[in-house]
Write a protein that binds this ligand. Sequence first.
Ligand code: KG4
Ligand code: ZN
Length: 342
Amino acid sequence: SRDMIVLGLETSCDETAAAIVRRRADGTGELLANQILSQMDHAAYGGVVPELAARAHVTHLDALITAALSEAKLDFTDLDGIAATAGPGLIGGVLVGLMTAKGLAFAHGLPLIGVNHLEGHALTARLTDEAPFPYLLLLVSGGHCQLLIVEGVGRYERLGATIDDAVGEAFDKTAKMMGLGYPGGPAVEKAAASGNADRFALPRPLTGREGCDFSFSGLKTAVRKALLDLEEVGPQDKADLAASFQKAVGDILARQTGKALEMAGARLGPAPRLVVAGGVAANRYLRTRLEALCQERGAQLIVPPPKLCTDNGAMIAWAGAERLALGLSDPLDLAARARWPL
Ligand code: KG4
Ligand code: ZN
């Protein structure tokens, strides 16, 4: 095995991103360039409009790739592979990134690596931190909420998942109901900072149920009801409700992750590690809650820096480099997939 330098493209949602990483032969990583453009124009619609997102990826991706190469002071001839998200995600956007990667791979005679977006989130901690396999992964994003044992590249065992909404989706919907804007996660976290988390009694769905699945739709409904019950909704009400909501999410994540640590047991080895990934991992309050859980259980918490928790190109470049280091690459007729479970 030798050093691998990989360009990674991410276009599965509303960030257009291109990044370059180096994966050294010893498995350690280095971020050489990280270019990202967040399509904030979706805010006006309260959510991502797939067709607009795909068109914006077409408009911006080339310039971001050029910027990434210049940031890393590299040329295509220095690269060992081209990675792109091949799914899951909004199919129009995924196609833009994957077709671009295929064209570049073909033109420069480089291997193509089609990356599962979730695998990108799952492996990012190994770029930024020392995170040897195995570890327990809590994947919390706008589209996903899962607990997995990560045994190796491509070796995942799911212990639990949401039976309805993803946790980021619950943040986004809560923010929308309260008129806090989009994306909802950061807005709710900001509002919650000056709120009383004990003012509203919100449910913790699936309490007492076996296993470590998640449910957030009842929590969302309770937020809606709490808003309807108020005669007028002032800034303090919003802050209190945001804080109460965030605390409920913290309770749910801590409880189910605690159960997963028990379920995984000896499979995580004598010094268990918990890696948190996905956009919601950027939330500082939730990090604190998971930090407390890990302290209680004698586990080590690993959370990549916030800019690598939300969608980015580095996670795709890194997952591509990890696959390439194992000799894995894909044919140029690889299909894009809207759905692709890990
Ligand atoms: O991983 P990501 O960037 O995209 C997906 O693959 O879904 O995650 C985006 C999600 C959004 O739902 C967003 O509201 C949420 O992550 N998020 C947060 C925070 N920052 C982003 N949720 C809670 N607190 C945050 N600070
Ligand atoms: Zn994501």
